[in-house]
Design a protein around this ligand. Structure first.
Ligand code: FA5
Length: 350
């Protein structure tokens, strides 16, 4: 009986089958239990030896049952876990997702506003020739912006100096280089915006970085006026801050525009904070700029087409908009790559 029982235990494929074997041998009416129950009818000496014999069998069977049960339970658990891993109806595990950098969010708002107004989006080089960043923009050689302490100059020559006859290169200090590059390549009338990084050799603080971003805009055609410029900046402000947005223009000087202005947008948030947010500079394209563009076009074998036209340009820094919009107190957080800052811009793309 012991051998049969052990064979049946070993053959039990799952816990139900094992339970049946258990009932059959050691259950209340099991074969071994019955044997023990029949001891009462035996003579005392026989009862003792027979009892000991049956107990050995019972222990061997019980031991085998316990071992098999542990094994089958473990197997059942493994199967369950494996089944779960394959259950395609379970909700997925949330994977950490990236998000758009706050500067890119502001850029996509701005680019959206201007593409809806029919502007082309242009891109240009950050490493630029002196003429496109300064000279063609009517910024004379003696202008302080050209000084070493304001501009990152490239060391092109073998000894780190500039070679005679080779144009000096720099990291562009503004996106206004794109006014020149775009007009050399394209004929008027035109509407263009250009985004990108710019660099200035200056001490950093909470509102100034050595590398930051700008958005440049340029419109050229016949009869373009200061009124068009003001209307465009107002439209941008409404796109950013809603229908009631207010804009302010103050006279300002940039060599490449005449007249020139700085513009600000009235900014307020639900917490009741409000102020004039100085966004950037703008103005009517200076005739010297159109002449410089026609000179470059002529040198490239193209027609002179800009002299005599009018146009406006503007340039602004998206960092200022993003700092207020998202309550970021220091411009340096944008570029410090601190995950605690950027994690707050995960997921949703608005
Ligand atoms: C310019 O760079 C002109 N090119 C703008 C322009 C274009 C005027 C077309 C007229 C016509 P400005 O140096 O003021 O102007 O810079 C424009 C904007 O860039 C500023 O209003 C500010 O928002 C941002 N900005 C300037 N310097 C920094 C800096 N160090 N860090 C962060 N943002 C800056």
């Amino acid at each position: 009986m012991q051998q049969e029982a052990l064979a049946e235990i070993a053959a039990a494929g799952d816990l139900d089958a094992l339970q049946q074997v258990k009932t059959k041998y050691v259950g209340k009416k099991g074969l071994i239990t019955q044997q023990l129950g029949s001891l009462g009818g035996l003579a005392p000496e026989e009862r003792k030896s027979r009892g000991a014999e049956i107990n050995v069998v019972r222990q061997a069977v019980q031991g085998a049952l316990d071992k098999r049960e542990a094994l089958l339970k473990r197997a059942a658990l493994d199967a369950k876990l494996q089944g779960e891993a394959l259950d395609v109806t379970l909700p997925g595990l949330g994977l950490p997702s990236g998000g758009l950098h706050p500067i890119n969010r502001v850029y996509s708002d701005l680019i959206g506003i201007f593409t809806r107004l029919g502007y082309e989006v242009a891109e240009g080089p950050e490493v630029e020739e002196e003429h496109y960043n300064f000279g063609a923009l009517n910024i004379p050689w003696y202008h302080p912006a050209r000084e070493l302490q304001d501009t990152f100059w490239l060391k092109d020559g073998p000894d780190g100096s500039s070679e005679p006859g080779v144009p000096r290169r720099l990291l562009r200090t503004h996106t206004s280089n794109m006014q020149i590059r775009y007009m050399v390549e394209h004929e008027p009338p035109l509407k263009m915006v250009s985004r990108g990084k710019v660099y200035r050799y200056e001490a950093t603080d909470a509102t100034h970085e050595a590398m930051f971003h700008q958005l440049e805009g340029l419109v050229v055609g016949e009869g373009i006026s200061m009124a068009d410029l003001k209307g465009t900046i107002a439209e941008m402000a409404r796109g950013l801050y809603g229908a009631g947005a207010k804009v302010r223009f103050q006279p300002s000087y940039y060599p490449f525009v005449e007249p020139g202005a700085d513009f600000a947008v009235w900014w307020e948030n639900p917490r009741g904070e409000s102020k004039w947010l100085e966004l950037g500079g703008c103005g009517m394209v200076h005739p010297h700029v159109f002449k410089a563009v026609d000179d470059l076009r002529e040198a490239a074998g193209k027609e002179r087409v800009y002299e005599g036209l009018t146009g406006f340009a503007f340039g602004l820094g998206p960092e200022r908009i993003a700092m207020l919009k998202y309550g970021i107190p220091d411009i340096r957080y944008f570029y410090a790559n601190d995950p605690r800052v950027m994690r707050q811009f995960r997921g949703e793309l608005g």
